[in-house]
Design a protein around this ligand. Structure first.
Ligand code: UN1
Length: 501
């Protein structure tokens, strides 16, 4: 029996809506959940409910909020298998990877439960006597969080956990095609004892969400938007927020380069390319886009890489496979468009291209050798199991090729030369750099985010995300009993600037 799922606002279920079916991409005739999609009014209403609950939540002492985060971490950990199974069933992520995804939520909770006892502000000396200066981190208010379904529970937790810890209320709009996984995570958060209205989940399509968000921003009930998804939608969200003088937290696409230097360990590089090119069927925002390999080792690298790709197992995500089906019909259709970008000057390896036989949304892995800087395959994100390969002769050329598409999320270099590592780090536009490691697999306590078409420079995770969900408030306290004017009533000590030894 398919699950029946509805939005929850201020602890109340919204029962009416437009039905949508979230299906199992390994067996698309099988419905995992029937979801009632809400409208723009419901979204704006959820933001009002969140605003009403936020003040009380912000008054709960931060260490107590930290204890709630600790409980969420425990609940998620205790429900690891059930949550991971659901993720595998709903979006086709191999079970081992789904377990890793759940682990990432627990890691995030582990990090932030202690932040409840820090959330440090500063005491700062004043330029005048009998006066003290302070800074405080203040919650922003209500965060509206819109997330993709390729990481249906881990990436949302990167927003939800710090936002709640900092004293904000949240309206979360997950991807429809991952609704069951999102709803399960919502229930785990609710079980930790969050007061009604502090976390709300609204299922809606993109158009209604945009309209609802526009309304909520106009009503002043949303102070921060978090968005993970495509660069095109990110641009629209950024424009909308800009009109309301807000800067959203945007985590967008990537065309992540891997540079293979002539002194690289080629087996290690091929293994890294396999994992980051085809893990999650190439549907991570950190997935490998193009291998930029030195001309002297191109043939040997390509040989090892294509052997690894040819031997990889693709199939039932409950089994021991490299990857399973694509996330959903919508992604399969778009991926078929990307395959149309293959041109006569390309060499396609190792075998057939396109959909595999059978009902599931399974696709053959594709390596495209000979991509050129003007090709769409080189310039644009291709969410799916396809990796481009091109060559270079100098490191400067490799860096230029790495930056050319104009994204800037993750990047990687394989080399044994420390000088090359640091020159690459300095020159590459990416927010994240891996050395002798693939473009995927960021740890949950380092800043995650990108530049250019990958985002507006905001960072998630670790202590850096606190700047998204709090604002600095500066306070000065004058206890001199006089009006001391800054910059004017300041004592001066006169130096003898003409002094010489
Ligand atoms: C994403 O694809 O949106 O670094 C996030 C990684 C994962 C997170 C990816 N830890 O690949």
């Amino acid at each position: 029996m398919a699950l029946q799922i509805v939005s929850v606002v201020a602890g109340e279920e919204l029962s009416s809506g437009t039905p949508y079916e979230s299906v199992n991409p390994a067996r698309p005739s099988e419905t995992v959940a029937t979801v009632q999609l809400a409208g723009a009014d419901d979204f704006a209403g959820a933001c009002r409910a969140a605003a009403a609950a936020q003040r009380e939540w912000a008054r709960v002492p931060a260490p107590v909020r930290g204890r709630v985060i600790a409980s969420i971490g425990r609940l998620v950990e205790a429900n690891t298998e059930a949550l991971a199974r659901l993720v595998t069933e709903e979006i086709g992520k191999p079970y081992a990877e789904a377990l890793g995804e759940v682990r990432e939520i627990v890691d995030t909770c582990d990090f932030f439960l202690g932040e409840g006892r820090r959330l440090y502000g500063q005491t700062v000396p004043s330029e005048m006597p009998d006066k003290s200066l302070f800074t405080f981190r203040v919650p922003v208010g209500v965060a509206a969080v819109v997330t993709a379904g390729n990481f249906p529970v881990a990436v949302p937790s990167w927003y939800l956990v710090p936002a709640l810890l900092c004293g904000n209320a949240v309206v979360w709009k997950p991807a429809e095609y991952a609704a069951a996984s999102a709803h399960a995570l919502y229930r785990l958060f609710a079980a930790a004892g969050l007061p009604d209205g502090v976390l709300n989940i609204v299922f809606a399509d993109g158009g209604q969400t945009y309209e609802g968000l526009d309304r909520a921003l106009g009503e002043g009930t949303v102070q921060k938007v978090g968005f993970t998804g495509s660069s095109a939608v990110g641009r629209a969200v950024g424009e909308l927020c800009g009109r309301h003088l807000q800067s959203p937290c945007l985590e967008l696409g990537g065309k992540n380069p891997m540079v293979v230097m002539p002194d690289a360990d080629l087996d290690l590089a091929a293994e890294g390319a396999l994992f980051s090119g085809f893990g999650t069927a190439g549907q991570r925002c950190t997935s490998l886009g193009t291998v930029i390999v030195h001309e002297d080792v191109h043939d040997e690298f390509l040989r090892r890489f294509t052997v690894a790709v040819r031997d990889a197992k693709i199939g039932d995500p409950n089994g021991d496979v490299l990857y399973g089906p694509l996330l959903d019909h919508k992604f399969a259709e778009r991926y078929e468009e990307y395959l149309g970008w293959i041109q006569p000057h390309h060499t396609v390896l190792p075998g057939p291209v396109g959909r595999m036989d059978g009902e599931g949304l399974y696709y053959h892995p594709v390596v495209v050798d000979g991509v050129r800087p003007g090709d769409r395959l080189f310039l644009e994100e291709t969410f799916g199991p396809i990796v481009g390969v091109t060559t270079f002769s100098t490191l400067d050329e490799a860096i230029d090729l790495a930056n050319r598409p104009g994204y800037g999320l993750s990047s990687s270099i394989y080399t044994s030369d420390p000088k090359a590592v640091f020159r690459f780090r300095e020159g590459v536009s990416a927010g994240m750099v891996s050395v002798n490691n693939s473009t995927s697999g960021a740890e949950a306590h380092l800043p995650f985010g990108g530049n250019g078409k990958s985002g507006n420079g905001s960072r998630q995770s670790g202590m850096w995300v606190l700047d998204q969900f709090t604002r600095w408030q500066a306070m000065n306290w004058d206890y001199s009993g006089r009006l001391q004017k800054a910059q004017m009533d300041v004592a001066e000590i006169t130096p003898d600037l003409g002094f010489r030894l």
